[in-house]
Design a protein around this ligand. Structure first.
Ligand code: NAD
Length: 499
């Protein structure tokens, strides 16, 4: 069996704790790999390596950093297929979707290649008599990224390229469910010339995470994962004096107004609800049909959903792959099985689905639940599977109130031909990312990504300008160079005034 070990100080470091976690191919249900799970001592050793590397990397020139980042971009580009294959083998998503994930991660590497312009400071001359003021941003030190299973390459790439471009050194703690892509990303960074110790990968579970959160050598923590863990990370790391951004779970709504192009809306709903088997934090999991369009829209979604081909991610004809684990598949199925008892109409029931020849895979079919009640489990919880809930609202106002009552506020979308309604929606909706006729409004790399309410704990969104601010701290320098001809300023006990 393959073993995934840590990547520390520019080389593979074998796990020393004696603890390993199983990694399963979701399409076959077979354990293919074991991943080392770090102890607190191993975490400490990695922090020491990253601290040592920071001494020189934190002082390195922007030219030296961007040289590495441009080389890294080229290597990632050449290895898109290899990274995507690793993702499919451990996550299960179809190859084309895995390639999309790599492409969206590459966007942040490209942003980091332009760090020279992003880190330019500000200078005001002559703010007072011969006094100049400059604002600069400096790196934090050793920073940590803790990432979820659903984007094993993209989410780490939301973090470390900008963090190291800003001069920090980085410890990545990937999901233990699909750990291989992280090592590949780190190996390629070394090949691109990133000095040893600048980017480290420590695998592990709660033990490793808690050791990182408590470690005095860590300056900041970026987290992406479920809401309960995001809340724990934010509380614990903040209490330990660290800067934290913790992105959590979601329940993303799509509001469809009566004037919308219903075919386009149905296409978008099916793509956004069932893509990656619904295991996306920006998946649409609730459609709110406004007015009398509900029955027609549900029928159009049903027609399309029934045609989706489910199969192994490495089969080019598959459109949707399996779920990450059998336990998660069973949990997703329980929401569909309980839906009718809680008042929903089950239009499509994907439970019990299997793929011939791969019966042990973590399969589930597509489910569509109509007239879902807002107090039902299927609506209230983030199911994180291929289950789409449809709700009905009489008016635009009722639809917006329904969406704003959700504790989550990650992404949301409106489908309409009415520009005035779309404009109102942008201003009135309580979510961090809004799509207008765009179902999954994941911002491009140079605009930051982040939700509101229980979808993000902390002040900074991730990547873009917010990312650069998160991974740096400001310093303001006030300088006076007196003209020797003018002599001394003289003693003045008053508070400095500008004149
Ligand atoms: P998760 O919260 O279970 O795990 C995320 C990370 O936290 C992993 O590295 C895991 O090892 C670690 N972890 C898990 N339990 C822990 C504990 N008790 N203590 C300390 N660390 C722990 O999330 P997941 O199941 O891997 O990913 C799916 C979730 O992530 C979904 O809720 C999804 O919405 C969310 N997500 C959010 C975004 C976003 O941008 N908001 C993006 C992707 C995924």
């Amino acid at each position: 069996m393959k073993t995934v070990n840590h990547w520390i100080g520019g080389k593979t470091v074998e796990g020393a704790s004696g603890n390993y976690g199983p990694v399963t191919d979701p399409a076959t249900g077979e354990v293919t790999t074991q991943v080392a799970l770090a102890s607190a001592d191993e975490v400490d050793a990695a922090v020491q390596v990253a601290k040592e590397a920071y001494l020189s990397w934190g002082q390195s020139s922007l030219a030296a950093r961007t040289k590495v980042l441009f080389a890294y971009r080229a290597l990632l580009d050449a290895n898109r297929d290899a990274i995507a294959a690793l993702i499919t083998a451990e996550h299960g998503k179809v190859h084309s979707d895995a390639l999309g994930e790599v492409a969206r991660g590459l966007e942040i590497v490209e942003l980091a290649c332009g760090i020279t312009t992003q880190l330019k400071g500000e200078l005001s001359t002559s703010v007072s008599n011969r006094v100049d003021v400059s604002s600069i941003r400096q790196p934090l030190g050793v920073v940590v990224g803790i990432t979820p299973f659903n984007f094993p390459a993209m989410v780490p790439m939301w973090m470390f390229p900008l963090a190291v471009a800003c001069g920090n050194t980085f410890i990545l703690k990937p999901s233990e469910k699909d750990p291989s892509a992280a090592n590949k990303l780190a190996e390629l960074a070394s090949e691109a010339g990133l000095p040893a110790g600048v980017l480290n990968v420590v695998h592990g579970d709660k033990v490793a995470v808690d050791a990182l959160l408590a470690h005095p050598g860590i300056a900041a923590v970026s987290f992406v994962g479920s809401t309960p863990i995001a809340r724990h990370i934010h509380t614990t790391a903040s209490a330990n004096g660290k800067r934290v951004q913790a992105l959590g779970g979601a329940k993303n709504h799509m509001l469809v107004l009566p004037d919308a192009d219903l075919d386009a809306a149905a296409d978008a709903a099916v793509s956004a609800a069932y893509g990656s088997a619904g295991e996306r934090c920006m998946a649409i999991s609730a459609v709110v049909a406004v007015g009398a369009i509900g029955d027609e829209l549900v029928e159009k979604i049903r027609e399309r959903a029934e045609k989706i081909k489910i199969g192994p991610g490495n089969d080019p004809t598959s459109e949707m792959g399996p779920l990450i684990t059998a336990a998660h598949r069973d949990k997703v199925a329980s929401y569909v099985k309980g839906a009718a008892d809680q008042g929903a109409e089950v239009v499509l029931d994907g439970t019990g689905f299997t793929v011939e020849g791969n019966e042990k895979g973590h399969w589930i079919g597509l489910s569509l639940l109509d007239r879902v009640k807002t107090d039902s489990d299927a609506y209230r919880d983030e199911i994180f599977g291929p289950v789409l809930c449809v709700l009905r609202a009489e008016t635009y106002e009722e639809g917006v109130a329904l969406i704003n009552a959700s504790p989550f506020g990650n992404g949301t979308a409106i489908f309409t031909r009415d520009g005035g309604a779309a404009r109102r929606f942008q201003l009135e909706i309580e979510a961090g990312m809004v799509g207008v006729n765009v179902p999954i409004p994941v911002p491009v790399g140079y605009h930051s990504f982040g939700g509101w309410k229980d979808s993000l704990f902390g002040d900074h969104h991730i990547y873009g300008n917010d990312g650069i601010h998160f991974y740096t701290r400001g310093k303001v320098v006030t300088t006076r160079w007196p003209d020797p001809a003018e002599g001394h300023v003289g003693v003045d006990l008053g508070f400095p005034r500008n004149h």
